[in-house]
Ligand binder design. Structure first.
Ligand code: ZN
Length: 160
């Protein structure tokens, strides 16, 4: 069966940047299961996997606009250290969930000052060109419940 809208797709993958540095891999976490066409994974990878079947190996080179978007420079802001009250040992690179008018956003600490901390609301992979090496393990029909939830259940997917 080929990957099409609403297929459950199970993949092994390795993700590298253009310097060959491994950003993420299924080697540690195990295979990833996603629902095609539901935005579970980045658009560029969905497009690369459309029409593939179990056993296929796919190399996809994905521009930021088909991945996590370009970096937006004015998403950096300084916030008072007090706001992090109760959190010890804040370090550059740590990530926090920040509530905004548009809902929760992950921010990354980029600079530590005496009283202020600079955080960046860009996705850590914004502006990064992504290279995926994917092996398709399984393609199957989604269950009615999976379609209703918009994600895959069981191994590699969601557990409720
Ligand atoms: Zn569910």
């Amino acid at each position: 069966m080929k990957v099409s809208e609403n297929s459950v797709v199970v993949i092994d993958y390795t993700l590298t940047d253009n310097d060959g540095k491994v950003i993420d891999s299924s080697e540690d976490a195990g295979p990833l299961a996603y629902l095609q066409g539901k935005g579970n994974i980045i658009p560029g990878l969905e497009a690369a996997l459309l029409g593939k079947e179990a056993g296929d190996e796919v190399k996809a080179s994905i521009e930021p606009e088909q991945a996590y978007g370009e970096r937006v420079e004015d998403m950096q802001q300084e916030v008072p250290k007090d706001l992090f009250g109760g959190i010890d040992n804040i370090e550059v690179g740590m990530q926090f969930e920040s509530s905004t008018d548009e809902g929760p956003v992950m921010v990354t600490v980029v600079e530590m000052g005496e009283e202020m901390i600079t955080v960046d609301g860009n996705h850590p992979l914004a502006g990064v060109h992504l290279n995926f090496d994917v092996k398709v393990r399984e393609v199957r029909e989604a269950t009615a419940e999976e379609l209703e939830h918009g994600h895959v259940h069981g191994e590699g997917g969601h557990h409720h």
